[in-house]
Design a protein. Structure first.
Length: 315
């Protein structure tokens, strides 16, 4: 499969990389929206064009090839010393020792590799939410260190699906946040055409809202929307019903903006998300109650809203 859509998002990130950023960028969005895929693609572009690009999966365990990309010979040499005597999880260790890694790479880099892109994925889940502010502050200081080594431009990106980390960091000036939404309708159609899915583009859009991971789960369930909704109702929405109560869940299924406090609790459960209509890599989704999208809040995918309605009908 080819990388689908995301030209606008890729262009914005590559532009930031070439200009350089003064603070880390927190890219947040729905689970399964393609954040990791996009960011690995950007790192590949940077590496191909002669820059220094590093992607770290902070949740990776003991497999070095999963924990860091690209795993070049120079990278392996530096990591042999850096990780000597270190026990898994390797991704967490690499996230913590990021400065040592970058400094080693830059010392060995050719003169033209003076633009740097660093992506740390899922680090707040790896370190714990209580470390989010301190770790992000260290990334901000790391940018200053990189410029101190003489780099022309540097961009540090942190990816997360957790609303709690976004809310914490929105209080500070040493980071900025940017929303990455699901694929647009055209992008979803492009993806469907590649896999020759036996489902209409409109039906897939109304169920997944352009979420690639959920589309994959739909395929695993033999393209049965009913089975997907039943599964989500049992596995994800039953707990949500207990968390916010029947009345609030009914209101949110009807209007995502109707119960902000309950929506915030569902954001912590990765079911809803606070939208940004200014700081956004993707075009912000237009309000559409059938898709579960309001002006300020949205269900991360329409399937969660459908699962909520299905659960409420049964109970």
């Amino acid at each position: 499969m080819c990388f689908s859509d995301r030209e606008q998002e890729a262009g914005k990130l590559l532009g930031l990389y070439r200009r350089g950023a003064a603070v880390p960028i927190l890219v947040y969005g729905p689970e399964g929206s393609g954040k990791s895929t996009l960011l690995r693609y950007i790192v590949w572009r940077v590496d191909r064009d002669g820059g220094l690009g590093v992607y770290i999966d902070a949740l990776s365990g003991g497999d070095l090839e999963e924990a860091i990309y690209p795993l070049t010979s120079a990278m392996r040499s530096i990591l042999a010393d850096l990780l000597a005597g270190t026990a898994p999880p390797l991704g967490r260790v690499l996230a913590v020792r990021l400065w040592d890694l970058l400094r080693g790479l830059l010392m060995r880099a050719e003169a033209e590799r003076r633009r740097v892109l660093v992506v740390v994925d899922d680090v707040y889940r790896a370190l714990g939410l209580e470390e989010a502010e301190a770790y992000t502050k260290r990334l901000y200081e790391l940018l200053g260190r990189l410029y101190g080594l003489g780099v022309e431009s540097a961009l540090v990106v942190v990816a997360t699906s957790e609303g709690a980390s976004r809310r914490l960091l929105a209080r500070h000036s040493y980071a900025s946040t940017s929303l990455l939404w699901n694929l647009a309708r055209e992008g979803l159609g492009e993806l469907l055409s590649q896999i020759e899915a036996p489902i209409g583009a409109e039906e897939a859009w109304r169920i997944t809202g352009g979420n690639p991971r959920l589309l994959g789960r739909l395929a695993e369930l033999e393209w049965s929307p009913g089975r997907l909704v039943e599964e989500l109702a049992e596995q994800r929405l039953a707990e949500a019903l207990e968390a916010v109560g029947r009345e609030a869940l009914e209101k949110l299924a009807e209007d995502p903006d109707s119960e902000p406090n309950a929506a915030r609790r569902l954001e912590d459960m990765n079911l809803m998300i606070r939208l940004s209509r200014v700081a956004s890599l993707s075009p912000p989704p237009e309000p559409d109650r059938e898709l579960g999208v309001g002006r300020d809040w949205a269900w991360q995918t329409p399937a969660y809203r459908l699962a909520a309605l299905h659960l409420l009908e049964r109970r």
